[in-house]
Design a protein around this ligand. Structure first.
Ligand code: CMP
Length: 145
């Protein structure tokens, strides 16, 4: 099965901007902490308002992010989601819904915390993406007003 072997997972992780520049050891650490999950189009992958237990990486397919049932963003292969709830311990800020059949790499909250501590630069890269998303959300809000 695609990505079921750890070396295949490492090869895929290497190409994802979030993990670019990681050492072989750190890539191996990340690959060990992930499970491969598949879901059909239409499946709710995270539900707004619930407590988050996983960090998810979209390997294949696309998903939309909805807040209060309104679309606010789209995610494609290589994008990640579910980090906010794991970082601040608050409920999921949005729902993420598969738009096509998707393949995901899923990291449970404990492994996510371990990876943040163990993998140099990971916190910073996640923070940069959070800043990008905030800037886009601000720009969209300003356009509407
Ligand atoms: P979390 O709040 O844990 O669960 C829902 C996820 O949707 C959230 O983490 C982010 O990963 C993602 N998300 C929320 N808002 C946006 C946005 N504006 N753009 C992209 N992704 C988002």
């Amino acid at each position: 099965m695609f990505l079921s072997r750890r070396p295949d997972r490492i090869d895929w992780l290497k190409k994802v901007p979030l993990f670019s520049g990681l050492s072989g050891r750190d890539l191996d650490l990340v690959a060990r902490g992930t499970d491969v999950v598949r879901a059909d189009g239409g499946k709710v992958l995270t539900r707004q308002g619930t407590l988050g237990e996983e960090f998810l990486l979209l390997v294949d397919g696309s998903a939309r992010v909805e807040r209060d049932a309104k679309p606010i963003a789209r995610l494609d292969a290589g994008d990640f989601f579910g980090e906010m709830s794991l970082i601040d311990g608050k409920p999921r800020s949005a729902s993420v819904i598969a738009e096509t059949p998707v393949t995901l790499l899923v990291v449970d909250s404990r492994s996510f915390r371990c990876l943040l501590d163990a993998v140099p630069g990971l916190r910073r890269k996640i923070s940069v993406t959070l800043c990008d998303r905030l800037r886009q959300a601000d720009a969209a809000l300003a356009e509407r007003n």
